[in-house]
Design a protein around this ligand. Sequence first.
Ligand SMILES: Nc1ncnc2c1ncn2[C@@H]1O[C@H](COP(=O)(O)OP(=O)(O)OP(=O)(O)O)[C@@H](O)[C@H]1O
Length: 870
Amino acid sequence: MMQQYQNIKAENPDTILFFRLGDFYEMFFEDAKLASKELELTLTGRDCGQDERAPMCGVPYHSCEAYIARLVAKGYKVAICEQTEDPAKAKGLVRREVVRVVTPGTVIENSMLDEGKNNFLCVVAMFGNRAGLCFTDSSTGDMQVTELDDGDLAQRICNEIGRFNPSEVLLNPEAGHSKEITDFCKNKVNGVVSVQPDANFDEAKCSDLIRRHFHCTLKTLELEGKPNATVALGVALGYLYETQRTGLERIQGISLYSESQYMQLDLSTRRNLELIQTMRTKEKRGSLLWVLDKTRTAMGKRLIKFWIEQPLVSCARITQRLNAVDELFSEGIARAELGELMQGVFDMERLMTRVVYGSAGGRELKALSKSLEFLPRIKEILQNAKAGMLREIHTAIDPLEDVHDLIERAIVDEPPVSVREGGIIRKGYSEELDDIREDMTDSKSFIAKIEAQERERSGIKNLKVGYNRVFGYYIEVTKSNLSQVPPTYIRKQTLTNCERYITEELKQLEMRVLGAQERIVAMEYQLYEQVRKFVSDQLSRIQNTAQAVARLDVLCSFAQTAAINGYCRPEVNMESTVRIVEGRHPVVETMMKDVPFVPNDTLLDDDENRAAIITGPNMAGKSTYMRQTALIVLMAQIGCFVPAAAATVGITDSIFTRVGASDDLASGQSTFMVEMTEVAFILKNATRRSLLILDEIGRGTSTFDGMSIARAVLEYVADKKKLGAKTLFATHYHELTALEDELDGVKNYNIAVKKRGDDITFLRRIVRGGADDSYGIEVAKLAGVPDTVMARAKQILRQLEGEGTAAVRPVHTRKRKTPPPPEPEESGQMSFAPSAAENISRRLREVDVNTLTPIEALNILYELCRQAKE
Ligand SMILES: Nc1ncnc2c1ncn2[C@@H]1O[C@H](COP(=O)(O)OP(=O)(O)OP(=O)(O)O)[C@@H](O)[C@H]1O
């Protein structure tokens, strides 16, 4: 047996092998040592034909799922090796085979999955300047494929990986050599990452597998001319065949997408806008999803997350969604009923996965059938819908009455967990089964009658018929009555107070009962399998219906949130104006309980109002205002109503944010470096149709460096001849407000405060014009900084203002140690040692400004600053 183990282990080297031995899965050698540590199991030993005993530990087979879940959550792969023949019938060693390898990206068990989240396996096939990506969720049968080419490929691959957030990533060797991709996976992906051999990425092999799996040509799948997407898809399929081994028919089709179908949102923007979870605590509460998610089904929960992360850029598709939301918004009664109906719908997608894989029991079938009960009424409510998307949903929902009927006819109301012990098939479903059952009942009642008959025959008043698993049915006579025992009784067992006997008649009846029992169990299993197979064959009908319910659920959720929170329908068009009247921040307003949220207007266009410079004290609400604008645009483009009195949103192709100091020490970058890398990325990728949220650019370095960068960036983004993107730019560098007079399309705004003595009141109103002051000291006082420190701060401030350096308020004085500070021109920044000055000047002379890209400029600037500081 140990040899058999070694052979199987050799075929599955990078897994922990769960080796079935009777009622246990055992692990040996290194696997045992590792698992005993990870799962806190006792490590024992077993003879293995060598001097030393093999380290061993095990888990009971009936509770293995929890152990596997823990290992998989830690990133291990678990190979499940079963006994694949009946040990009673095996000649010699029982045959064993690996029936499945469970890996983080291929899990289908409910206990290992979060119902509101997809669980993706990602394959990256990168060749030169092109790449194919495939994201597969085996638990729902969802397979999404794309092909990327040219321009910042590694960055875009990372962006897609960030968007899908897979649990497992398979890279081809070339992608594995890209530091950007591997660093990204290491730092930003929660799952496991592995580099697969080049041989797996063979185009011919992959195409062949795809054709065989989907029974169609690449052309039908629209994969022709997309060799990289084909390879990524083929590798994903190959990996699933290797790990799942059965049930692959669950994957019925692919959806081919292109990045350009969606608004571009890079990973840091998703995080900054807190779309799915908050930045600090990583919780759903406090995110946009938390506000918008009123879905009732697990399918809806997964889809709403997906929609929020992928705003659309097609005006027609957005309008379709908005029309549907609008109709559900106005039809409050229908919406409420739909909500209640959908509440009863279980996770049909994942139930179907278990049905197809053959791991669904009677309970899963019943859950499916319960869900189907609500479909006819849902369809009926949608019958007179006017919105195109609701009509499509109406058509797509199949009431599946035949499936529901069959399950209800066949399966009892409360089926047992196991499908192999009987008690699952309802009376009346199969005549043959009912006959055997009747026969068994008859035999049992005969046995019951034997007690009275034998008492009478023998004259033993307290004679009893009993049953145990070892002897079957027996007649029990107490010691005092032994003399009356008839000679035909055969003694079987002697106990302290009694003797147990059998009779010929009893044994015959027993055989009938037990034989019938065995036949019933076998037949029930067979009937159950037929039902399961029938349901499994209806996969595409059920899957389409499940997806339609998911869409309806999300649309109802949007309508419900809009009704509860007082949102309005945005007008979405192809023009380039974003005009928001009395906009609110969807999350901040929901979180605020005691004070009302103060609404504010926004106007951005590609003409007079391209860039808004927003000044105002700390805590005034600058960040809130900028994020609310971004969120309203995003909400409009996912087809949702928005928190405003009115809103017009010209389609925005991307939102970029640069906010706060997000230290990325894990990836070895300083705060300022992260800030500049993000700025560089934005300047390179933004277009005229982008929306930029730039919060305190340049604050991560010294005042003059920071201010210069801030100004240069603002000039670049606002200038129509350069980028000319819609920009909200918050800053404490009040000098920048001068740009309003110098640059076309730049407008100053500030968030008003009222000052009385040393105290300030935040009015939260955005008004035209630059702020007159930063009120940093007043805000510090509000925050509870001790009076002595505050008094000293004011003294220093007066000194600074007296010396004419007030122009650079608020100063980021990290480099200045003693007040009063010297004049900036005389500061350390300018007094370089001659050699450093020479170096910098030489470097500058080498630069050809006309051919510089913004990122190169920033890199040079960064290098020069560093040299100067040194
Ligand atoms: N329009 C509003 N109505 C009511 N409360 C608001 C509004 N805007 C912001 N707030 C409140 O003010 C707090 C501070 O806002 P925010 O973080 O946007 O200020 P800020 O100006 O960006 O500050 P800093 O410059 O220090 O980053 C928010 O947490 C919120 O509670």
